[in-house]
Design a protein around this ligand. Sequence first.
Ligand SMILES: [Zn+2]
Ligand SMILES: [Zn+2]
Length: 409
Amino acid sequence: MNAAGVAVLIAALVAGTGRTSTLDDAVHVPGAQNPTTAAAHARSSPAASGPAHRASMSPRPAANAREAKPKPASGTQVAVRILSKHRPARLRLEGPRSLEVVASGNTLIVEGRPRPSALRLDAGRWHARGRGFDRRYEAALSLEARDGELLVVATFSLEDYVAAVTASETEVDTPFEALRAQAITARSYVLASGKRHDEARACDLTHCQVLRGEGFARHLRRARDAARSTEGTVLRLRGGAIALTPFHASCGGHTAEPVAVFGAPDLSGAAAVPDRCPASPWRAVVPRALVTSAATEVLGGRAQAEDLLLDRDSSGAVVRIVDRASGRTALGDAFFRALGARAGWDRIRSARFTMTLGGDQALLEGQGHGHGVGLCQAGAALLARQGWTAEQLLAHYFPHALPGKLQDK
Ligand SMILES: [Zn+2]
Ligand SMILES: [Zn+2]
């Protein structure tokens, strides 16, 4: 496309793309993994991998996880900061008890009375309601007041957590074998990722794994069945460690190379593989100044948009950017995140894109949704409809990992 064509296309597109999005539940695409901060990169970075659960792992993976007798991973619990996005000042809890809880500065007010310490509530089916949220959790709860906000941590059994994440991270029409693959992926990810937050192992946003509480009853039931039928199954790397298994909404036809995206060493067990999912094309027009600002940040020095070279891997993902003026380079994934943080994650949807400059704007055209590494949810759903089992799906997206069982201590 010549420059004039780009200018026309930009003019046609720009009207509808001036919005900066936020990560709102209403627009969340399951598995899109739109990180809200630079720290979100740690979703599969080496630093995010904790050894906490590795000591007790069997180094010998089960040959066929599906037929092995399920051994409940009883006692394994997952503490999750919930309502992370809402950060409510007040909420109403129904369940084993009925309580009104308010944060007043750093003081917790329970049923109108100040409380000197955190409120801890036993495991049960809790219904939490407040401004903009109405959620149900099967968990123990802990509530604290911090700067006028309620910090709510829900502690789930591992399998309840896996079921809730599987339901939250998938579409309602997802075939059962794809749900099973998602359950194993979610279980492996949370165990391998270690503690990612001061107050809890995980949050309930795409930064860790989306957990929206219990939504559609039927979908949750299928997700529970998927968790139960894969209970205790994880993916392991060859050395025996649980794989830090990333997933994303749609790779757009080819998954990305984990080391190119997240750096070495690879902890994911994934590899770049061709996929049969739809291309999921996207287009965004952004100010040229935004590209300059993103590039300047990741290159660590002033850069001009017209000096940038985008290096791609075999999947078409931008794996490196080069500033021809200074010779400086940066990871393509960092550039993608810097662009997304500025322009909105529903606009800059993946690292697989081309960039065309026109006047004071830039046209980005790409495929896929998410970082492209590991399990592709769109592809898994499509292949499962064609008869693939969860084990075949996982072997496809994580060829360097094998399914195995968790062992009780
Ligand atoms: Zn998190
Ligand atoms: Zn795909």
